[in-house]
Design a protein around this ligand. Sequence first.
Ligand code: PLP
Length: 406
Amino acid sequence: MAENIFDCPLPDENGFFGEYGGAFIPPELQVIMNEISSSYDEIRKDSDFLNELADLYQHYVGRPSPLFHAKHLSKKYGAAIYFKREDLNHTGAHKINHCLGEALLAKKMGKKKLIAETGAGQHGVALATAAALVGLECDIYMGEVDMEKERPNVVRMHILGAKVIPATHGRRTLKEAVDTAFENYLKDPVTQFYAIGSVVGPHPFPKMVRDFQSIVGVEAKEQFQQITGKLPENLVASVGGGSNAMGLFTAFINDESVAMHGVEPAGRSLEIPGENAATMTLGKPGVMHGFKSYMLQDSNGEPQEVYSVASGLDYPSVGPQHAYLKDIGRVNYHYVYDHEAIDAFFELSREEGIIPAIESAHAVAYALKLAKENNNGGTILVNLSGRGDKDIDFVVENYGDKYGIK
Ligand SMILES: *Cc1c(COP(=O)(O)O)cnc(C)c1O
C-alpha cells in the first residue's frame, strides 16, 4: 500500500479540523471511542494489517479500479473528462473500501458483531459483505419504509447472513434507523462495533473512514499522471456524508494547481425546507450525531428533514473535514438538482455505456457544466462512486417517459 495514504496532518488529536469535528458524546461512549482511536493508531502502523487490507483491495474488491477517459463526453463538452471507476468494485461502489477497513479493525479489537444503520441499503450490503468475509456477526438497522422500498438490498443482506432490524417509530426511515442503531449500540458497546458509513460521526470515524477511502485518490493520481503526464486541473465528487469525495481529494490536497469540487443535492428545490440536502449551501455550523459541522436545522434546532432523488446523498450534515475545507476555500461546493442528475444519468449511459448510481450522476452533472463553462480544454477527473443497477427500476418508473422508455 502506498505509504502516503495515512499521512495527513489533520485532524488534531481530539479529532478537530479547525473548529469542526470532535466528539460530542456521553462519557461512557467516550471511553469506547478512545479505545477505537488507539487501536486504529496502532494498526495503521502495523504492516500485517496494511498488507492484509491491500491484499483484499486487490484480490477481493478488484483494485486498482480503472481510470477511464470518456472520449465521447470529452468531445461533446470540450474538456478532457476522466472517470475513476469505483462503480466496478465488488458490491458496486466505494463503500466496500472503508467497510473492509472497519471490519478488520473490529476483528483485531476482538469485537463479535458489526452494526450500522442504512438508508437505501448500500452501506448495509457493503458492511454485511465485509462481515461475512471477515467472520463477524452483523446487525443492520433500517427504517421499515426503506425496507419496503429497497427490497432487493434487504434480501442481499439476508443472503449474506446479516440480520436486518426494522426501525418502527416516527417516519420509519434513515433518521429513525440511526436512533435505533445508536440505542442498541449503547446497550453493548463492548462486543459490538458501530461501523459508521461515511466520514461523519465522532472522532476517530471521520479520520478513519477518510484514510480507508484515500486509496481512491492515490490510485487516481498515479493513473492520471501515467496517462497524461500531468495532474488533473479539476476533481469532482458527489457529497452525501463526504467519503467518496475525501477519498478522491486527500491525495491531491497539497497540489495547489488542482481545483476540487464537491457536489451536493439541491433535490427538488433550494427554497423549500425539506426538499433538498444542500448542507454546504444552506446549512450552518452545529452539532449532530456526535460531531460539529455544517448542518441543516429546522426552527427548533433539530436536524431538518432532507430529500434527494439519490438516497445516498440525503443527510442533513456533512463530514467535518469538508466544513473545514469549505471555510479555508480549498474545496468549492456546488449543488445539482434532481432533474440535472437524471439528465446526466442518461447522458453517461448513452454516450459512454456506463449506468451510474444517481449519487454519482450528481458529480457527472456538475462535471459537464464545468466542461461547458471552460470550453476549450481543461481536464476533469470525476469520481464515479457507484453503479446504477440499484436505480434502474426507479428511474424508468419516474423518468422513463421523458427519455423515450416505456
Ligand atoms: C453512499 C453513496 C454516496 C454518498 O456517500 P459519501 O459518503 O458522500 O461518499 C455516493 N455515491 C454512492 C454510489 C453511494 O453509495
